[in-house]
Write a protein of this length. Sequence first.
Length: 144
Amino acid sequence: MDKIEIYTDGACKGNPGIGGWGAVLIAGAKKKELFGGEKETTNNRMELMAVIQALTVLKRPCEIVLHTDSQYVLKGITEWIKGWKAKGWKTAARTPVKNVDLWQALDQAQAVHKIEWKWVRGHTGDPGNEHADQLANRGVDSVM
């Protein structure tokens, strides 16, 4: 399996508002940048989109260390998703899971990979996170 390090981030100007997502994929000396945006979205949706887009661009199963500054994404995929799936995509309060379309897409995208999920504090100078943040803001600019 190829080993890849991924940094992801989402951004939103207003919440909801114009949003962007960015991802940096690093495999040895190779680096790939991804970004995109949407006119009417939320920060959480953009955080999810960054991870989904990063994973779906990979052509074969990989060993990944995935860095995100989103507790929503990290806890959702490592803790909450098992319960949501068991309850038919409902929360503990039996309400529909927010962003279920993206959670289902992420669940499918991550299934073929071996992923170590890591949280990184945002805006504290981590080079990978700062790079992903810049790309997310480019995503915002691309739809303005």
